[in-house]
Design a binder for this molecule. Structure first.
Ligand SMILES: C[S@@+](CC[C@H](N)C(=O)[O-])C[C@H]1O[C@@H](n2cnc3c(N)ncnc32)[C@H](O)[C@@H]1O
Ligand code: SF4
Length: 405
């Protein structure tokens, strides 16, 4: 079943925020994430909080048809909690799960509700994720008319035996066709997700997948190392010895191949796992996460962050809907970060960005470790910004561990 939520302290049932953080609300951009917890089938590697029709059963409140009403109810709660000082929303990201298993007009109702409750910035980025099998050309045109201007498709691989190991149901060419159709429908910003390191994937297979993704010319590509999540079918098959576990050297080699091939085709890494053709094509919503902006995560299991207060909603769609129906916040628990926690979190997140991390955030002893990182060519200094090199990005987690007090 899907991944486990952290513990934290109890969250107030009315969703209210600690008084001392309210002053920060107008000072940072606000993004809205809406989680759509439905998929047609579950991919063998995925432990996201998502449910097929069979997994969901017939529990009251959990149906696909009533879900958007519950999400809109939470948007109303968000508007009441944040109050009149909340800025107009600058990014909306509908993620999942597979948002496009719902009719486009249902997704459009979410945009309308955000506009009604908060106002939507003139240049707002409005993204939906999609499984390329779950949408057609007419659906893409409708999403555009409703106000979506960015779409991100799960592709994972172009190689049939890799897709089969991942339990992906689409044909290898469908994601590429979906990008072409999205562009024809007027989407200026299109993205593909790829996964490397699937058991049985050769280096040649990986190059073919990269080349296929590039052939559709999206202006954004996300590249993820396969994570073997506990409790998934993939993990069980590896444990039984049916498939080999991903190999660290193979993963490292494939990351470097990705960066070289994507760079040769005009894509620059702006974050460890994300490449785009221009600065304007970067995902502004995700940049908000990495820059510790404010976001409200709507939906079961969704996480939110306002001024160092993080909270997360109950996971099951039926529990989520019943809390909202009872007039309660769907938050399960929260944590209030101290100033020291917030500093460490900024370092963890900002060092992943190509724009780098301001060294003014570092303590004296952390700064003393910089010459070693520079000598090992894991990072460079540009004025006071510390920026990971390609090798540094590959070892990002280790670099951060070595740097922090
Ligand atoms: C919500 S899905 C994208 C949209 C749609 N559900 C789909 O899969 O086509 C987000 C992305 O997370 C990535 N992902 C999910 N589980 C992963 C895992 N175990 N390891 C690496 N990447 C994973 C996949 O690349 C996937 O496209
Ligand atoms: S379609 Fe996407 S969210 Fe759904 S199970 Fe597959 S990877 Fe996970």
């Amino acid at each position: 079943m899907p991944s486990v939520l952290p513990e934290g302290e109890p969250a107030p049932s009315d969703g209210s925020l600690p008084e001392q953080v309210r002053a920060e609300i107008p000072r940072r951009p606000l993004g809205i994430y809406v989680h759509v917890p439905f998929c047609t089938t579950r991919c063998g590697y995925c432990d996201f909080n998502t449910y097929t029709a069979t997994e969901l059963g017939t529990e009251p409140g959990a149906s696909r048809s009533s879900y958007i009403d519950a999400a809109i109810e939470e948007l109303g709660l968000a508007a009441r909690v944040l109050g009149s000082e909340a800025p107009a929303v600058s990014t909306i990201f509908i993620g999942g799960g597979t948002p496009t298993v719902l009719p486009p007009d249902d997704l459009g109702r979410l945009i309308t509700a955000v506009r009604d409750h908060f106002g939507l910035a003139e240049d707002a980025e409005v993204t939906t994720e999609s499984n390329p099998e779950s949408i057609d050309s007419a659906g893409l045109h409708r999403l555009r008319e409703l106000g979506f201007n960015r779409i991100s498709f799960g592709m994972q691989s172009a190689v049939p035996h890799v897709l089969a190991t991942l339990d992906r149901t689409h044909s290898p060419g469908r994601p590429l066709q979906a990008v072409v159709e999205a562009k024809a429908a007027g989407f200026a910003n299109t993205s593909l997700d790829l996964i490397y390191g699937t058991p049985g994937e050769s280096v040649g297979d990986w190059m073919d997948s990269l080349d296929a993704a590039l052939s559709a010319a999206p202006n954004h590509i996300s590249v993820y190392a396969l994570i073997v999540e506990e409790g998934t079918r993939l993990a069980a098959r590896i444990r039984r010895g049916e498939l080999p576990a991903p190999d660290d050297d193979d993963l490292a080699h494939k990351y470097l191949i990705a960066d070289e091939r994507l760079a040769a085709a005009g894509h620059t890494a702006y974050e460890v796992s994300n490449w785009s053709t221009t600065a304007a094509a970067r995902c502004r919503h995700n940049l908000g996460y990495w820059r510790s902006h404010h976001w409200w995560g709507v939906g079961p299991g969704a996480h939110s962050h306002i001024a160092g207060v993080r909270w997360w909603n109950v996971k099951h769609p039926a529990a989520y809907a019943s809390r909202l129906a009872a007039g309660m916040s769907p938050a399960q628990a929260r944590e209030v970060l101290s100033a020291a926690d917030r500093r460490v979190e900024r370092i963890l997140l900002e060092l992943r960005l190509a724009d780098g991390l301001t060294t003014s955030l570092l303590t004296m002893s952390e700064r003393e470790r910089l010459p070693d990182l520079l000598a090992r060519r894991l990072a460079v200094l540009d004025n006071d910004m510390l920026i990971l090199t390609r090798d540094g990005r590959l070892l990002a987690d280790g670099v951060i561990r070595d740097l922090l007090d």
